[in-house]
Design a protein around this ligand. Structure first.
Ligand SMILES: Cc1cc2nc3c(=O)[nH]c(=O)nc-3n(C[C@H](O)[C@H](O)[C@H](O)COP(=O)(O)OP(=O)(O)OC[C@H]3O[C@@H](n4cnc5c(N)ncnc54)[C@H](O)[C@@H]3O)c2cc1C
Length: 407
């Protein structure tokens, strides 16, 4: 089949990794197409956090003020509540960044903002409603993708295919990249409840006997996540809707009857949690980043941050070789070498929290929960709240825009 479109870089997936990589590469003068299989950026409960490190990147790009004109909430502290014991465990107000807070912004707004900015560059093309369905090969090298859009299938030729298509990545599957499944002991049921003016505003993780309930302030509503043991939805259903509502009210008594807004189990959206990582992130002509390379747990809300950091590193390292036509496999390996270590460290931390805090709390049905020692220590020595704030807010290796590559 002949090529219908030819670009230097074809990005599969218009999530945080794909849109940021597309924007930066186009700004650096690389012609790029982003394929997004959905018709819009609307996704419920997909993770709406924008971290201080991402805001720092936006600042370096001159986009900070414009982005923060979009509707959002600012969060300076994260809190945990274990029974009656409540403590701040992360305080962003001391971070060495312009934004000393995390924002909560609908991902639709963030991605739409990036798309709007990217369209200013003639080298950028975004194709919504268009899915990467297969890779095209020449000998052992990937040379483009087969895409399916509203008008049917077509061929794209590209020097590099960038797999940013998330945790069920078609690109990584078709490239035959090996996945190491690390696993997660829980799933999350998401739903929304009305927020009243007198409610607190900081996000709270409530740990009760055998139960975990996360509440994120979203202006006039609470984004609520009820954490269950992996595959435990049937158990929740069996106990019945009223038992579910009672659990919520017990964990967050200030709700005062608002749990009745959950009128059926259909109001709950099940998000299956997974953690995995590719053993090698690339093959000749193809590279995966973001969740496609390393599916992140929601613990700490850091997956979007990592996806954005991957995108910045990708543009810094690969824009030059892509533009000049000198891209080699060694360049792709350089990207993996840079991002593999912060990814591995972040996932190790998430898995440690999953196993030592979440699994332990979910297993203590009927017994009082005790805050872990480290959390109590942070409660006693407030200075220590700066450490989790750094890990959540900046990550292990925050990336900065290389102005020599991306003007
Ligand atoms: C329950 C839950 C809650 C979470 N909450 C948070 C949070 O609060 N904060 C946080 O930082 N992280 C959170 N995460 C993790 C976060 O969602 C991911 O780490 C992050 O979205 C990864 O970004 P990405 O761009 O790599 O992939 P994604 O966000 O998954 O984006 C992939 C995009 O590719 C598109 N796509 C898929 N296949 C194709 C294809 N074949 N062709 C074209 N397009 C395709 C999809 O439609 C999607 O738009 C959460 C995860 C879970 C499971």
């Amino acid at each position: 089949m002949a090529d219908d479109l030819s670009v230097k870089c074809c990005i599969a997936g218009g999530g945080p990794a794909g849109m940021m990589a597309g924007y930066l590469l186009a700004r650096a003068g690389v012609d790029v197409v982003v394929l997004e299989k959905h018709a819009d950026f609307l996704r419920d409960f997909r993770g709406d956090t924008i971290h201080p490190s991402t805001l720092e990147v936006m600042n370096e790009l001159g986009l900070y003020d414009a982005l923060l004109k979009r509707p959002h909430q600012q969060v300076t502290q994260l809190k945990g509540r274990f029974g009656t014991y409540e403590t701040v465990f992360a305080d962003f107000s001391h971070l060495p960044t312009r934004a000393k807070f995390m924002t909560l912004m609908p991902q639709w707004d963030f991605l739409d903002f990036l798309a709007g900015e990217a369209r200013r560059y003639p080298k950028f093309k975004l194709m919504m409603n268009t899915e990467a369905v297969d890779l095209r090969w020449q000998d052992e090298r990937v040379v483009g993708v087969v895409a399916r859009g509203p008008e049917g299938e077509f061929n794209i030729a590209s020097t590099l295919v960038l797999g940013c298509d998330g945790r069920r990545s078609t690109v990584r599957e078709k490239a035959g990249l090996k996945v190491e499944d690390i696993g997660a002991p829980m799933d999350v049921l998401w739903f929304a409840l009305t927020r009243l003016p007198d409610d607190p505003i900081d996000p709270v993780g409530n740990f009760g006997a055998g139960r975990i309930f996360v509440m994120i302030y979203r202006g006039d509503y609470w984004q609520c996540g009820y954490v269950i043991a992996k595959g435990g939805l049937e158990d929740v259903r069996r106990r019945g809707l009223q038992a579910f509502r009672d659990d919520i009210e017990a964990l967050a008594p200030f709700l005062h009857g608002r749990s009745a807004e959950v009128t059926s189990f259909d109001d709950l959206k099940l998000l299956s949690v997974g953690v995995d990582r590719l053993t090698v992130w690339h093959r000749p002509g193809v590279l995966c980043i973001g969740d496609a390379a390393h599916t992140m747990s929601p613990v700490g809300g850091i997956g979007i941050n990592l996806a954005i950091q991957d995108a910045v590193a990708t543009a810094n390292l690969l824009a030059g070789p892509l533009r000049d036509g000198t891209l080699t496999d060694a360049d792709l390996q350089r990207l993996e070498d840079r991002r593999e270590s912060p990814t591995r460290r972040t996932q190790s931390l998430q898995v440690a929290i999953q196993n030592n805090v979440i699994k332990a709390a979910l297993g203590r049905r009927g017994q009082p929960v005790k805050p872990p020692f480290l959390l109590r220590l942070i409660g006693w020595v407030p200075y220590l709240t700066r450490i989790p704030a750094r890990i959540v807010g900046l990550g292990f290796l925050p990336e900065h825009v290389d102005k020599a590559v991306i003007p």
